[in-house]
Design a protein around this ligand. Structure first.
Ligand SMILES: Nc1ncnc2c1ncn2[C@@H]1O[C@H](COP(=O)(O)OP(=O)(O)OP(=O)(O)O)[C@@H](O)[C@H]1O
Ligand SMILES: [Mg+2]
Length: 374
């Protein structure tokens, strides 16, 4: 693999831009001008007979951000993406991608948007490079420009050394890398990636996520990706939309989602050296008595730190200071203390389990042709 993916990406035509907060998705019509919005949907809906695959989706993705669509199998992620690309017609509602209606102008949308489907299709008897040339030709990219771009994107996805091998000799991860390269050939303003890293090895994933981050920061493109790999979504996405049974039940930054769904999930890990069971029990009792501590649970193995779950309205930094004081006062031997933020997994569990926020059981949705959410 080449060293390419870690090199900086030269800014192209768009300045990078990070947005502090997204605009209120309810404000204005679908065509209300907002300079930085690259993808916008209003009440976007897709039904298959009785099944509501996507239910009145309001979504906004801005230039300079990575938005992650998260949801279980059958939640509606791919269906949403297909509607954004004009590959399937919405039953109701509207979408704009780079300001265009994908149902009316699917070709123009495809020219300006890089798309990697959940299963990539290439010509097996052609090499990776030849496949990319084919894509470049379809997109009417001038030959000399295309050759440079192809070299660059092959390098970015770490495929340079295999670029001239036939695609039918590629591994699954190589195909996925080629899929990302293919989406990048047209230097897109928007990148839509459906499960982009499922087949890529762990170090390769880090490189690919790094690459996406740099494309966003240095070229200001907008990326929408779908995934059920929580760690990856948490690590790379600026904002996350949690999908369940066709509905977006929560969206925002990790901090916003944690505030909404993560109550009680924030905790401190407090390691205390003890000589025996009695002292361990004393340590637990001391920690439990601290004002602002909701409960104390043992780690999974003997000697693991205590998990000190703090009240939802307690500030972890302040609680850390209070616990340090109490531990010293009670003459306990502190080995470690650290604040643990709620993980996306904690948030996701709470979000999909919360009654009333979305109709129907999430697990039943994928197979339930007889009943989507009402
Ligand atoms: N062509 C179709 N005809 C009928 N039902 C469909 C069709 N395509 C998708 N569905 C249904 O729509 C729902 C949403 O499917 P979708 O593929 O969007 O889910 P997803 O979130 O992408 O899931 P996964 O994580 O498995 O990729 C599912 O219940 C699925 O069975
Ligand atoms: Mg899918």
């Amino acid at each position: 693999m080449s060293a390419g993916p870690r090199e900086r990406i030269a800014p192209k035509r768009r300045p990078g831009r990070r947005l502090a907060a997204a605009a209120d998705p309810g404000a204005g019509g679908i065509d209300a001008p907002t300079d930085s919005i690259r993808i916008r949907t209003r009440a976007l809906t897709k039904r298959y007979d009785d099944l509501v695959a996507v239910d009145r989706l309001d979504l906004e993705v801005h230039a300079g951000e990575i938005f992650g669509l998260l949801g279980q199998n059958g939640a509606g992620k791919t269906t949403t993406i297909l509607m954004l690309l004009g590959l399937t017609e919405p039953t109701a509602g509207e979408a704009r991608v780079v300001g265009l209606d994908p149902t009316r102008g699917p070709l123009e949308v495809k020219r300006r948007v890089g798309y990697m489907p959940d299963s990539v299709g290439f010509y097996g008897t052609m090499t990776g490079r030849q496949n990319l040339r084919y894509t470049a030709r379809l997109n009417r990219i001038e030959r000399t420009v295309a050759e440079d771009t192809i070299d660059e994107v092959l390098d970015q996805v770490g495929l340079t050394s295999r670029a001239d091998d036939r695609v039918d000799t590629y591994s699954r991860g190589m195909l996925q890398r080629l899929g990302i390269a293919d989406a990048l050939v047209k230097d897109p303003e928007v990148l839509i990636l459906d499960e982009p890293t499922t087949a890529i090895d762990p170090l390769g994933v880090v490189e690919i996520l790094d690459l996406l981050r740099r494309l966003v920061d240095e070229r200001g493109i907008a990326i929408l990706l779908s995934s059920h790999l929580l760690n990856q979504v948490q690590s790379v996405c600026d904002r996350i939309g949690i999908f369940a049974a066709g509905r977006l039940i929560g969206q925002g930054s990790m901090a916003q989602l944690a505030a909404r769904f993560g109550e009680g999930a924030g905790h401190l890990e407090v390691g205390i050296e003890t000589t025996g069971t009695d002292e361990a029990e004393r340590a637990r009792a001391v920690l439990s008595e601290v004002a602002g501590v909701a409960r104390v649970t043992a780690g999974s193995r003997a000697g693991d730190p205590w998990n000190v779950i703090i009240d939802a309205d307690a500030d972890p930094a302040a609680m850390r200071a209070v616990i340090l004081g109490v531990v010293a006062e009670q003459d306990l031997a502190l080995a470690s203390i650290r604040a643990v933020q709620p993980s996306l997994e904690d948030i996701y569990r709470k979000a999909v389990a919360r009654p009333g926020d979305h109709a129907g059981a999430v697990a039943g949705h994928g197979s339930a042709s007889e009943g989507g959410p009402s």
